[in-house]
Design a protein around this ligand. Structure first.
Ligand SMILES: [Zn+2]
Ligand SMILES: [Zn+2]
Length: 268
């Protein structure tokens, strides 16, 4: 079985992605309900019983909403940083109103790689307004996939981690003009636009044009805003910026992650 990435959901109403190798699979973020996660996995022929763990990027609700139920139903551990866990616990209550707990949890540290089965995970710090937010690269069977959403800009260190990726999932959150003129209150607009907010279509295009090495066989644009972006606009902006990269010349290798339904698995 090839190494594959399957985006089950992406956007401010929930994020969840399966990363699989022949040795098993992991779930990255659990921002949709347990029932919906399992339903979507089955729809794309990913077996929930193959899941070995859940890895959490940061504690915002759209990345953790389903984590408690999923981890206890599937009896699998949750990997997150200690600061993310502490912050999640403070804002989450169990059925009795006490701070929530995850019985089976493991802590990782940004900058220190760890393994789950035959998958090596390399977490790194991203600029976002959470306790200890992380992006990841995943390596298995000789291929490397990068996943980074929820970041206000692309620091040098993140660009460095994304070199020589065979597959890439990256945020293309908003169109700046749509955000400026859109319905959000000014405070929210400020947050999204800030250095710890979300990556715009044009900031991503800058990365593609100036720093990206074009090594990935597929690129997935992720965490699109439903109010301040259009999938076609994000796609056109990215495609134009990627135009000069020979590996990505075919539009079929550029896809848009959806909020409402899973993408077909992307295999390497
Ligand atoms: Zn998010
Ligand atoms: Zn977030």
């Amino acid at each position: 079985m090839a190494v594959r990435m399957t985006v089950l959901a992406s956007g401010s109403r929930g994020n969840c992605t399966v990363f699989s190798s022949s040795g098993g699979s992991i779930l990255v973020d659990a921002g949709i309900s347990c029932r919906e996660t399992i339903k979507r996995m089955q729809a794309v022929h990913e077996d929930p019983l193959q899941l070995k763990a859940i890895v959490i990027s940061h504690e915002h609700g759209d990345h953790v909403a389903g984590v408690q139920v999923l981890s206890s139903k599937l009896k699998i551990p949750v990997y997150m940083t200690e600061a993310t866990y502490d912050s999640w616990r403070k804002s989450t209550r169990d059925a009795e109103g006490k701070p929530a707990k995850l019985e089976r949890r493991e802590h990782f540290h940004a900058g220190r790689s760890f393994s789950i089965g035959d998958i090596t995970i390399n977490p790194f710090t991203i600029p976002h307004d959470a306790a200890d937010p992380c992006g990841f690269t995943f390596q298995a069977e000789g291929v490397k996939i990068g996943m980074v959403t929820d970041l206000g800009y692309m620091p040098y260190s993140v660009k460095d981690h994304l070199r020589r990726c065979d597959g890439l999932m990256i945020e293309s959150n908003h169109d700046l003009e749509m955000l400026r003129n859109g319905p959000y209150p000014w405070m929210v607009k400020q947050r999204v636009m800030s250095r710890v907010g979300h990556l715009s279509n044009s900031a991503l295009a800058d990365f593609f044009e100036s720093d990206y090495d074009g090594s990935a066989a597929f690129v997935v644009l992720a965490h699109l805003s439903e109010e301040n972006n259009y999938p076609e606009l994000a796609r056109r902006t990215a495609y134009k910026a990627l135009g000069a990269k020979p590996n990505l010349f075919q539009a079929s290798t550029l896809s848009i992650a959806r909020q409402d339904k899973p993408l077909q698995p992307l295999c390497l």
